[in-house]
Design a protein around this ligand. Structure first.
Ligand SMILES: [Zn+2]
Length: 256
């Protein structure tokens, strides 16, 4: 049996400018800033390649709001700043891989900046929480039924160890069925990907973890991730924190 050196690559799926008060209401209202759209590639000791989120639909690169009418308010409220290098295919290429090489795509939730390219990976099994699947299949999530007539999606209902290195945590609040991720690496140790359960350091400082459908659940989920980071001494990577994102390793560098 061959073993691969486990690794975590941070992928850049673009960025956008908007009023940061959308993320930390009551604290940053009226302050415009740029936030990253992160993705994560984990190669496990068994050689399986797991992609966490797939970024905004690649069509946003050529035409930022291709899917919105000319007078849509979102065009003023969110300034998408995507460049060709943000395409998932280009990001994977920087890691020496192509979309065909991905074995699993974790759909943490289906907001536009996280799940726009699920269908781009022909050999991947998408993994999604049941609440997200029920809400999104056939809408934000493509139908990829197999010839046997059963969905190719792996649908989970609770925390789930996906590979020896990757555990999915159910962290609802931002939306039902939201997933965060714990990655365990031989050198780096524990890395916690909060995704949108905690947007940024400013959210922790303010005690507002997420602009959420369910604020009480969001608080519990945020507290859970912060406690886990304390217990493990792990690296907690926030969902949309430009200052932190810039300070982290990006391809060709990685975490091992
Ligand atoms: Zn997000």
């Amino acid at each position: 049996m061959t073993t691969t050196r486990p690794s975590l690559h941070l992928l850049n799926f673009g960025r956008m400018r908007w009023d940061l008060g959308n993320m930390v209401p009551g604290h940053l209202d009226g302050t415009w800033g740029s936030i990253p759209f992160p993705g994560f590639l984990i190669t496990g000791s068994e050689g399986r390649r797991v992609l966490i989120d797939s970024g905004p639909d690649r069509r946003h690169i050529a035409e930022p709001w291709f899917d919105q009418p000319p007078d849509a308010p979102v065009r003023q409220e969110m300034q998408l700043e995507l460049v060709p290098e943000d395409d998932p295919e280009v990001q994977l290429d920087a890691c020496g891989l192509s979309p065909q090489d991905i074995d699993v795509v974790v759909v943490t939730h289906t907001h536009f900046d996280h799940a726009g390219n699920v269908a781009l990976f022909p050999n991947a099994e998408p993994v999604v929480h049941r609440d997200v699947y029920t809400e999104s299949i056939g809408r934000q999530l493509p139908r990829t039924d197999s010839s046997a007539g059963t969905p190719r999606y792996r649908i989970i209902d609770s925390d789930f160890q996906l590979t020896p290195e990757v555990t999915l945590l159910v962290t609802p609040g931002h939306c039902p069925g939201h997933l965060s991720v714990v990655v365990t690496l031989p050198g780096t140790g524990t890395v916690i990907l909060s995704i949108d359960a905690i947007y940024s350091r400013a959210n922790v400082t303010a005690g507002v973890y997420s602009v959420a459908q369910d604020p009480d659940q969001a608080k519990r989920s945020g507290d859970r991730l912060l406690a886990l980071a304390r217990e493990t001494g792990g690296l907690l990577i926030f969902g949309h924190d430009m200052e932190q994102w810039r300070s982290l390793r990006h391809p060709p560098e990685a975490y091992y």
